[in-house]
Structure formats: C-alpha cells, structure tokens
Design a protein around this ligand. Structure first.
Ligand code: HEC
Length: 110
C-alpha cells in the first residue's frame, strides 16, 4: 500500500513541471525537508491546510522556531535562519497546501 501510494504521488508530481510555483515548492521540500522527514510526501498529509498555513505564514516563523528549539534538528538551523528559507517559504506553502490532508488531491490518485 505504501509503495502504491508513493507511486501515485510520483505520478501526480510529473505535471508539476508545468506549474513553476508548485514545482519550486516541491523542489524546496525535497531538498530541504525530506532528508530528515524521510517519510517523504507522506509527511505532508499528516497536516491539514490550516495547520500548514499556521506553520508557514510570516515567512515560516513558527516552523523555523520548532526546529531552532530542537537539538535534534540542529542540522537544519542554518537553513531555517537563512534568507533562502524565508524567500522560498511561500513556494513551500503553496506546495504543502496543494497536498495537505484535506486538499482532496492526494487520495484521488488518478
Ligand atoms: C535537520 C533535520 C530537519 C530538517 C532539515 C527539517 N526538519 Fe522538521 N523537524 C526535525 C525534528 C528533529 C523535529 C522535531 C522537533 C521537536 O519537536 O523536538 C521536526 C519537527 C517538524 C515539524 C513539527 C512536528 C510535527 O509533526 O508536527 C514540522 C511540521 C516540520 N518539522 C516540518 C519540516 C519542514 C516543512 C521542513 C523543510 C522546510 C523541515 N521540517 C526540515 C528535523 C528536521
């Protein structure tokens, strides 16, 4: 089931290259988050749109804080303190919104 799910996700992701903002968000997510949150895209569906929005609004303030407060996430501290994160957070938000638990995009898989 899990494999099937990943397959579906990859399948859905292909047309993303047509949508620059979403693509940027996906790229950012893969580069910046997947290394630690290795459940990959599954991780996105653990939260609904509202929860992601709250974490990522204001340039990702809250999300950055969670990581900066955690010793276990210390490898991400430079990233979360960087301008790159703030600049890319809006793309990231768009990507996460698109695939949040309640977005309706994930379970359809077609
Ligand atoms: C260096 C590893 C690392 C990176 C990179 C990283 N995280 Fe985390 N993240 C963690 C750790 C460790 C925690 C747990 C923090 C705690 O509660 O102590 C965490 C917690 C979280 C949480 C809150 C926990 C939850 O499930 O509610 C969210 C949401 C999150 N990360 C999202 C992201 C996103 C999005 C990115 C990419 C922009 C990212 N993380 C990048 C290590 C990382």
């Amino acid at each position: 089931m899990a494999r099937f799910f990943i397959f579906c996700i990859l399948f859905i992701f292909v047309p993303f290259s047509l949508n620059a903002a979403l693509y940027k968000g996906q790229e950012e997510f893969v580069n910046a988050c997947v290394g630690c949150h290795e459940t990959r895209q599954h991780f996105i569906v653990t939260k609904n749109k509202k929860e992601w929005r709250e974490l990522i609004e204001n340039g990702g303030e809250k999300l950055a804080q969670i990581h900066l407060d955690s010793f276990n996430a210390k490898d991400s501290h430079d990233y979360f303190k960087s301008k790159i994160f703030i600049e890319n957070s809006r793309h990231l938000m768009q990507f996460l919104m698109e695939y949040a638990k309640d977005s309706g995009n994930v379970p359809a898989c077609n």
